[in-house]
Design a protein around this ligand. Sequence first.
Ligand code: ZN
Ligand code: ZN
Length: 337
Amino acid sequence: MSELERTAAVLAAPRGAVSIVTDRVAEPGPGEALVRMEACGICHSDLFVAGLEKLKLVPLTLGHEGIGRVEAIGSGVTNLAVGDRVGITFLAASCGECELCLAGLERYCARQLNFGYTVHGALATRAVVRTELLAKIPESLNAAEAAPMCCAGWTAYGAVRETGLVAGQLLAIFGMGGLGHLAQQYSAVRGVRVAAVDVSVEKLRMANAAGAEVCVPAADAGRDIQKRCGGADAAIVLTPAPAAIEQAFRSVKRTGKVLLVGIANTRFELPVIDTVLKGIHVQGSFLGTRQDLDDALRLAAEGKVKAHVETHPLDRTPELLQRLHRGEVTGRAVIVF
Ligand code: ZN
Ligand code: ZN
């Protein structure tokens, strides 16, 4: 096995360049598997990681939205076998013993490891990964369409579920890109109506074509949604722009919920009086439960939710990260190996 090569998208240093590197693949150690990757999506969190001032592990193989097949397993691996099809998500491992892990909230564990961030990720022809939290991927699902489920789909599904909205209620979705177009479909599965918000006319046009009840530009979205729909029952904010968070806050009804999903090193300000007197809930939402991930994969396998993907070869990764940074990717950019 030691003669096997792999090609990977590697971040050289914190805030450094991402380049395509070919090197020798490591042997899977205890609790690890060697996975021959089929596809890996490119996520805004890859940009976030690449832009951090400090990183624990560099050079770092990026990627946390990967689909592949197990080629070899290390010692002590009992939860999967050679030939299994697996999904690599942002969550590589958690401590398994803190109160959050025991409550099924391992995504909030303080001692978690993250693929493509604190451990090497999946943007590579072959990846050596810890196995305990790998997802099982239905054979019927095309790899390029399955890949976005491991982060964008999981996160969007988790957020829509956490709003607690039921059929007939209105959800405002801020940011109609990779996560947003999936959140819209998960809402539709639940019969939840959608108000789509974005700065991009093109993304709003697509949301409209996909059945959004109202599509409004971001600038004055709060007022527009109040005026046209009497306010949303909840809002999810998939972009980290403070202005979007403020508009989402303004868009919800009294006692409404605002879920923050997009991340960046920014801060936001909200009016205290309105938060208190209108009983507005502001809450973070990160990934989802294991059940959410299985549900997202099942809905994709059943054809009820379809990720809008554009596929590219691995060597396009640096350029795709730039396009993502400029907001030029309308669905999900997926690397196919
Ligand atoms: Zn991600
Ligand atoms: Zn834990």
